[in-house]
Design a protein around this ligand. Structure first.
Ligand code: CU
Length: 100
């Protein structure tokens, strides 16, 4: 009997998890953040930064401004976070901080 209950619960849990992965959570939103990247000084830096951010799942728009030494990133906050963006930039060799 306990086994049956467990199996039913397991089936329910699997179905619930599957539903969650298909439905975009109501609290998910597109966010835009501007990150200051003071070590970005030339074109190749700009390309590295764009690539480092673009490969993150959830990143939608990357607007790198070399002259401003910053990058504006639009992302889905259900898939990624500001922290993940900062970590990706740090790993690429460009420590960044949020300006707004
Ligand atoms: Cu450079």
């Amino acid at each position: 009997m306990a086994m049956v209950v467990t199996k039913k619960f397991f089936a329910f849990a699997v179905a619930f998890a599957a539903t969650l992965s298909f439905i975009r959570p109501a609290w998910a939103a597109t966010q835009t953040v501007t990150l200051s990247v003071p070590t970005m000084v030339c074109g190749p830096c700009e390309i590295s930064i764009r690539q480092a951010l673009a490969r993150i799942d959830g990143v939608e728009i990357v607007d790198v401004r070399l002259t401003m030494q910053d990058v504006k990133v639009t992302f889905d906050d259900a898939k990624t976070s500001v922290e993940a963006l900062e970590n990706a930039l740090k790993s690429a060799g460009y420590p960044a901080s949020v300006t707004q």
